[in-house]
Ligand binder design. Structure first.
Ligand code: ADP
Length: 579
């Protein structure tokens, strides 16, 4: 997308709806331009009539008018700024909500493909640049160009020859600013990438802080952090320097301009073509024009920054999920929830090797089916395909004889609960973590779910019971407690299909027993697909599939498989028996 297209899009989608406010802000910038110009203009009568002609009747009027002009100047600038800040904050909100909306619907693949720290940096730093583009650029564009026009009018009114000389200098200044703006765009892009990297690094560091401690890598991390921070500092400095470079150039050009003007003015005064009062008014207008010219010259920098921000933000808003409903998708109507995989082919990345090769599964309804196999065999992948976290490449997956690809995602996922081994909890209260399955559930239903998952006994012992905040990903709970909470959540959902990724970590016998009971309650009479690691689970399963390198190499009951599948026997000897 070209820069112009980006600006057009930002205007159309985010700014145009605040046009009314912007127009009012522009009206105030007109007042600002008029009042600033009148200050310069008023110097002419002030000098001429008060000092030269000494008209005493004006001794209150002219200073009074100057005070009034300044008062209007100050308040109109204030009002214009307030309005534009309001608009830009609205735009920030809209952009962030759109980004969020897009990310929450984005494919698992997209979310997995980028570190969450980068998304956070996109949502904050990059959006900041866009907000600045809207507040600063729109405001300054009108404020400075109108003020400049006003002041130029005063200058021409006072003396056109001097004005022409002054005007010749302006393109010089804008030329300098343009080249600075280009360089700025590059550096700002680097800055944003670096900020994203720092975010990512910090998030990892906090997540793995125990690792840092036990491997005693504090000094190493300090050095790494210092490197990131220093490199960020370097670019920040570069940006500031490029930004400030406009300043000495402008000062120098202004100096030359004033010198040349004084030279010519002296000649014009000598020839009688210019009065002293005109000259001072002209000079004041020119000096006042310095700020708007400077600000307009650096506008390009803010535009470049905003464009760089928009270039990382808009593609996120534009993410089109691959996993979506087909047109006229049907509602999945469930009976027994029998799940079949027919010749399923799948890989995570189109260019990479096949992860699942012609997988055929016939998962009976209302019973438990176990998937076993070595790590990396493809068991989690199979589980992830059922709620359509990913689309398959070929083949079909059916529930009660309806292809899940013909059904709406909503109706599909409504019928599925996921209890994964990396129990995922929110930094919220116990109650809200369970309620996540069904926000409309009553307090009693939550308590009942907790009871059947054996979570109530530890919840009751917590200081605030169901209102206890559990910390980031349940940091304040033990592994077994977290698992029971996630089972409670699944119990509350009451879905007919349960996908269970059994925890590999072993717990004490008592906790283990409770979790087993909770799972038995949860999965009773439901279609359950479990990635099994424990013998008890496997023995409970009505069917076992042995997965190896993305294909099914055996199926049946435990006893049959022990006889018929060497791989299973090996697996059983190595993996299961010891647990
Ligand atoms: P299992 O659950 O049997 O241990 P997985 O289904 O997790 O096996 O993994 C099967 C294969 O898919 C592995 O080779 C793994 O590297 C790959 N894989 C798993 N998840 C992803 C992912 N998100 N992106 C790319 N490859 C993946």
């Amino acid at each position: 997308m070209s820069d112009i297209e980006i600006l057009k899009r930002l205007y159309k989608e985010y700014t145009s709806k605040y046009l009314k406010k912007i127009i009012i802000a522009v009206f105030f910038t007109v007042l600002l331009a008029v009042s600033t110009s009148s200050v310069a203009y008023l110097l002419d009568p002030a000098i001429k009539q008060l000092f030269i002609e000494q008209k005493h009747e004006l001794i209150y009027i002219i200073p009074g008018l100057i005070v009034l002009a300044f008062a209007i100047k100050g308040s109109s600038l204030y009002l214009a700024k307030i309005l534009m800040i309001g608009v830009s904050e609205e735009v920030r909100k809209d952009v962030q909500i759109d980004m969020f909306d897009s990310l929450i619907r984005a494919d698992t693949k997209v979310i997995d493909g980028k570190h969450s720290g980068k998304f956070i940096s996109n949502l904050t730093n990059d959006v900041d640049m866009i907000t600045n583009l809207i507040s600063t650029v729109i405001l300054n564009l009108f404020k400075d160009s109108l003020t400049l026009i006003g002041l130029l009018s005063v200058m021409f009114y006072q003396n056109w020859k001097l004005s022409l000389i002054a005007i010749i200098m302006i393109p010089l200044a804008s030329f300098a600013a343009k080249s600075l703006g280009k360089r700025m765009g590059k550096v700002v892009g680097q800055q944003m990438i670096k900020a994203g990297v720092l975010n990512t690094y910090l998030m990892d560091l906090f997540k793995n802080h125990k690792l840092t401690k036990v491997f005693q890598k504090e000094e190493y991390e300090k050095r790494r952090a210092a490197e990131f921070i220093s490199s960020l500092k370097e670019t920040a400095k570069k940006i500031a320097i490029i930004f400030m470079r406009a300043s000495p150039i402008m000062e120098f050009l202004t100096g030359i301009m004033i010198a040349i003007l004084i030279f010519f003015s002296a000649k014009l005064v000598a020839k009688g073509e210019l009065e002293v009062s005109n000259f001072f008014s002209f000079l004041a207008a020119m000096m006042l024009a310095y700020q708007p010219v400077r600000s307009l010259a650096s506008l390009n920098i803010a535009i470049q920054q905003g464009l760089a921000g928009a270039k990382s933000v808009l593609p996120i808003i534009d993410i089109v999920p691959e996993v979506k409903d087909v047109p006229n998708s049907k509602e999945l109507s469930v009976e027994k929830c029998q799940i079949t995989f027919a010749n399923v082919q799948f890989n995570y990345d189109k260019n990479e090797q096949q992860i699942l090769n012609s997988v055929n599964l016939d998962i009976p309804g209302e019973k438990m089916t176990a998937l076993v196999g070595l790590s990396g065999a493809g068991k989690s992948t199979i589980l992830n395909l059922i709620p359509r976290f990913y689309n398959i490449n070929d083949g079909d997956i059916k529930i009660d004889n309806q292809s899940i690809y013909d059904c709406s995602l909503r109706s599909l996922r409504k019928n599925i609960s996921l209890v994964s081994q990396d129990t995922t909890l929110f930094d919220d209260t116990i109650k809200n973590n369970i309620l996540y399955a069904n926000l409309d559930a009553s307090e009693n239903e939550v308590k009942e779910a907790a009871k059947f998952s054996f979570a109530d006994e530890f919840i009751e012992k917590l200081p605030n019971k169901y209102e206890t905040i559990i910390g980031e990903n349940g940091i304040r709970l033990s592994g077994g407690e977290k698992q029971r909470l996630s089972i409670a959540r699944a119990i509350l959902k009451k879905s007919p299909i349960i996908l269970l990724d059994e925890a590999t970590s072993s717990l004490d016998a008592e906790t283990e027993n409770k979790i087993q009971k909770a799972i038995t309650f949860l999965t009773k009479g439901r279609t359950t697909v479990v990635i099994a690691h424990r013998l008890s689970t496997i023995l409970n399963a009505s069917k076992i599939y042995v997965i190896q390198k993305g294909t099914v190499i055996g199926q049946g009951k435990h006893d049959d498989l022990l006889k018929s599948s060497e791989v299973y026997l090996n697996f059983y000897e190595k993996q299961i028996r010891k647990s």
